[in-house]
Design a protein around this ligand. Structure first.
Ligand SMILES: [Zn+2]
Length: 365
């Protein structure tokens, strides 16, 4: 497992660099092919190719489909390995993308191999989908993920687990991004201040209004995290823009926040405002993961593992599949820490257990 993880990590696969991402995808395709999977490389024009692997059941008429979902892209640009090499130390394997989520892919590959070698009588089609653009919003894979999910009875997401105990993620927040653009009117700040409409003042007033929509109790957050505007000190600013991060646990809160944003009205006379964007990942609500989680928990108990669950403030592609009403269990991947940071790593000794858990889920769901 470690050897494969090392090879996979050395094939850097940033979401924004097609050529290296494609090489990583090709390597993965070979690994599945080697183990008897039927592979299908879904060519992309701008992003890395997506990989779909099918393992048909031994029976002639499949009784459904199970989807194993993940992404092989990372947030690290090519060359990161020079500063952040793959290394194993103190029971941990470090390197860009190890935790999020290349170790998860390795675990899935070994789960697949275990099922095949044990010759378990699989009743359902198994589909493994490895995409190339999750870290940048899944624009090129979104419809593919949804199409596969709709054909599936359950979706297992190999995203990293949470914390040293490897908690599964049974709910995730809806995540979105909106741009609030204000137009005012430029004027000389000294000679004709009365003729100006200050877009920055308008934006500041809007942000003060929006800030009050945060509800820690319901887990609704809205944050202006990027702002820009203005040209010179002595020119009344005619343009300003804020980029807002939006999050909510509940579908209803997501919709409410969107409609509040769309109904914003200017505060300063003469200013205009425009809202674009919105939520792009709906929430993964626990009702779509609870049954799978209790199955996973009892399977884990059979090999002396205690399995816990957690809620995650960030989204994944599991948000898309759960929103379709397909049972979805997320965070089945690696145990480790430091996703998207210089100390990203996984706990080596947990890899076989997690692979076994996935194999058991695939054999019994
Ligand atoms: Zn991820």
């Amino acid at each position: 497992m470690l050897d494969l993880l090392r090879k996979l990590t050395l094939l850097e696969s940033p979401s924004l660099e097609k050529a290296p991402a494609d090489r990583c995808c090709g390597f993965l395709a070979d690994q599945w092919l080697l183990r008897g999977g039927i592979i299908n490389i879904l060519k992309q024009k701008h992003r890395g190719n997506h990989l779909r692997v099918l393992w048909p059941p031994t029976t002639t008429r499949p009784a459904g489909q199970l989807l194993v979902l993940g992404h092989y892209d990372t947030v690290y640009p090519t060359g990161t390995l020079a500063k952040m090499p793959f290394r194993i130390s103190g029971g941990k394997a470090f390197g860009p993308g190890t935790f999020d989520m290349k170790a998860g892919i390795v675990q899935a590959l070994f789960a697949f191999e275990a099922l095949r070698e044990l010759k378990l009588p699989a009743r359902k089609n198994l589909v493994f989908l490895w995409t190339s653009d999750e870290e940048i919003g899944s624009e090129s894979s979104h419809s593919l993920i949804e199409a596969e999910a709709k054909r599936s009875d359950a979706v297992f997401v190999l995203e990293p687990s949470l914390g040293p105990r490897g908690l599964l993620k049974t709910s995730r927040k809806a995540v979105g991004q909106a741009e609030l653009t204000i137009c005012g009117r430029a004027s000389h700040a000294g000679l004709a201040p009365e003729k100006g409409i200050n877009a920055i003042h308008e934006l500041a007033a809007q942000i003060a209004r929006i800030e009050r929509w945060n509800s820690p109790r319901r887990g609704v957050t809205i944050n202006a995290n990027i702002i820009e505007g203005g040209t010179r000190t002595n020119v009344i600013a005619d343009c300003a823009k804020a980029t807002l991060d939006l999050r909510a646990w509940r579908f209803t809160d997501m919709r409410a926040l969107e409609s509040r944003l769309r109904s914003l009205k200017p505060i300063h006379r003469g200013a205009t405002l425009e809202i674009t964007g919105g939520f792009d990942r709906p929430p993964l609500e626990r009702k779509h993961s609870a049954a799978l989680f209790s199955r996973a928990k009892s399977l884990a108990m059979q090999f002396n593992l205690t399995l816990g669950e957690a809620a995650a403030g960030g989204g994944s592609d599991g948000n898309f599949t759960a929103a379709l009403g397909i049972p979805t269990l997320d965070g089945l991947g690696a145990v480790g820490d430091g996703a998207h940071s210089t100390h990203e790593h996984i706990l080596v000794k947990t890899m076989p257990h997690r692979a076994a858990l996935l194999a058991a889920l695939l054999a019994t769901t």
